[in-house]
Design a protein around this ligand. Structure first.
Ligand code: ATP
Ligand code: MG
Length: 137
């Protein structure tokens, strides 16, 4: 079955949005397969966002992800990668539709509450990066 790596970023944890995010994925019909609250080392954040390393906001992005604990999760179910992305909303919350997580809870692209894998292939890589052996299929 398809799996996605979903992560509540430090602002989402600090603002008390963990339950809200979990509720939305559960209610949609997805199954929680892994969950941990963790502090993120700089090297892990850099690896996770390695594709963006040339962007001007990369250093700020890494600092943001390391600024407090995150909730790392693996969700499973039909189409969870694409549907998870549509539940999360556009990268820039100002463009996220109301009803999406970012559209309901964020206004700043640099504090956009949540991450979701963008392809099934990247989901596999991210699950291996964040959960490793704990969640090998
Ligand atoms: P994520 O990978 O976190 O789910 P995304 O796939 O919607 O987000 P990406 O292009 O992968 O968007 O960017 C990763 C993250 O980098 C964004 O979620 C956001 O936190 C940050 N980011 C992207 N663009 C900008 C920008 N222009 N300024 C500041 N931060 C940005
Ligand atoms: Mg992305």
């Amino acid at each position: 079955t398809e799996r996605s790596y979903i992560m509540i970023k430090p602002d989402g944890v600090q603002r008390g949005l963990v339950g809200e995010v979990i509720k939305r994925f559960e209610q949609r019909g997805y199954t929680l397969r892994g969950l941990k609250l963790m502090s993120v080392e700089k090297a892990l954040a850099e690896k996770h966002y390695a594709d963006l390393s040339a962007k001007p906001f990369f250093a700020g992005l890494v600092d943001y992800i390391c600024s407090g604990p995150v909730v790392a999760m693996v969700w499973e179910g039909k189409g969870v990668v694409a549907t998870g992305r549509s539940m999360i909303g556009a990268t820039n919350p100002l463009a996220s539709a109301p009803g999406t997580i970012r559209g309901d809870y964020a206004v700043d692209v640099g504090r956009n509450v949540i991450h979701g894998s963008d392809t099934v292939e990247n989901a596999k890589k991210e699950i291996a990066l964040w959960f490793g052996e704990e969640l090998s299929e």
